[in-house]
Design a binder for this molecule. Structure first.
Ligand SMILES: [Zn+2]
Length: 385
């Protein structure tokens, strides 16, 4: 005796697969680079029209001004009980610049559907729609479903963060259909600290007057090993100096040098340790001046008091689908990091099965669409009990 109606939800979505694929084509066809408020603002009404077309008029609607980013759209569709809401948190921005579609339109190649943003995470928006349709079609009691669409997830969520934290605050559960890890959900994601090191030195002629200068490039080169030494393999803290630039010419003692540092952390205490160490960096040549600017981008996601219970719901829905739902730790962060760090119930990585987010081979597997949607429906069904 199955414990959920996930299999029936999968069959319902499979029967409507052409519509699901058409929905995906519509959303991927809207170019939504994070940095382009104009494109985001043009796309949002079309995304909303799509949502309303499929799910009907929402019972709640708020549009938050995104400032320099795209707006945040907060929609709620009334459920059939119990009270409360399930939050589906999604971002409609992608990492792909305008014009990508012209070279790389959505294309199906056997089981692979490839296109910019198809996996990360236009498919997650489509899954949310079909999850609700499946719950309705099967007559399954479900709480209100609130869909929050943010526009700056790929660039740190400064705009989206307060809204998603508010919406998740009293949700029964927050589901995030970010790319799955080959079908596995994600309960551990690394947090990120970004640091920009800027060294100001003193320029001089490298041949005529070398001692008059203080090289910013040399100073930065001396600092880099100290920065790299902040990594701690045992605690899963990694450090990457991603870019270095500086100087104006071979024969000039460099007056300027910069380095962009990416630190990934899993252990919450590591964030303060790393930030303190970065702030304590000092140049060895006193004539150089060092500026360190730090962005505590996202806290790490670690299992909370809710995680085991939520994983059990995913596993029982998966069992009804004949699949084993695994749980994979990943290095990449999402907005789920903010929610988990507050101890709130969240299940992340429920989105497409595929590969290549942020890469030219980004794709979802068509064969995974119904399964992942049904997994979400099976989870919501159990939350409603
Ligand atoms: Zn994403």
């Amino acid at each position: 005796m199955p414990t959920t109606h996930a299999a029936a939800a999968r069959d319902y979505v499979t029967a409507h697969l052409d519509d699901v694929l058409a929905d995906l084509a519509l959303l991927v066809g809207l170019e939504t680079p994070s940095q382009r408020r104009d494109l985001l603002q043009a796309a949002l009404p079309r995304i909303e029209a799509y949502l309303v077309g499929r799910l009907g008029e929402p019972s709640g609607r708020t549009q938050h001004d995104g400032g320099e980013h795209g707006d945040v759209l907060d929609l709620t569709w009334t459920g059939s009980g119990p009270a409360g809401h399930v939050l589906s948190l999604a971002h409609y921005d992608t990492v792909w610049p305008e014009g990508t579609l012209a070279q790389w339109p959505l294309r199906r190649d056997g089981d692979r559907l490839t296109g910019p943003g198809v996996l990360d995470m236009k498919v997650g928006i489509v899954q949310t729609v079909w999850m609700v349709l499946a719950l309705r079609e099967l007559g399954l009691p479900h709480p209100d479903v609130r869909l929050l669409l943010t526009a700056d997830e790929e660039i740190g969520s400064r705009g989206g963060r307060p809204h998603l934290e508010e919406a998740a605050g009293d949700a029964l559960v927050t589901l995030i259909a970010e790319p799955s890890a080959a079908g596995a959900v994600k309960t551990r994601r690394k947090g990120m600290v970004f640091a920009d090191l800027t060294v100001h030195g003193v320029e001089s002629h490298a041949g005529l007057d070398p001692d008059a200068g203080a090289s910013a490039v040399h100073e930065l080169a001396r600092l880099v090993p100290t920065v790299l030494s902040l990594a701690d393999r045992e605690r899963q803290t990694t450090v990457n100096c991603g870019t270095i630039s500086g100087g104006t010419g071979r024969n000039v003692v460099a007056g300027h040098a910069t380095c962009a540092v990416d630190v990934r952390i899993q252990h919450p205490a590591e964030e303060d340790r790393v930030v303190a160490a970065l702030e304590a960096l000092r140049p060895t040549d006193e004539r150089c001046r060092l500026e360190v600017s730090i962005d505590r981008n996202r806290p790490p996601m670690n299992p909370t008091a809710h995680t085991e219970r939520l994983l059990a719901l995913a596993r029982s829905a998966g069992a009804d689908l004949g699949v084993e739902v695994r749980d994979e730790p990943v290095g990449g962060a999402s907005d789920g990091n903010f929610i988990a760090a507050r101890g709130l119930p969240v299940l992340d990585g429920l989105g497409g099965i595929g590969a290549g987010p942020h890469a030219r081979h980004e794709h979802v597997l068509v064969s995974g669409l119904a399964r992942q949607t049904a997994l979400m429906a099976g989870i919501v069904e159990q939350v409603a009990r």
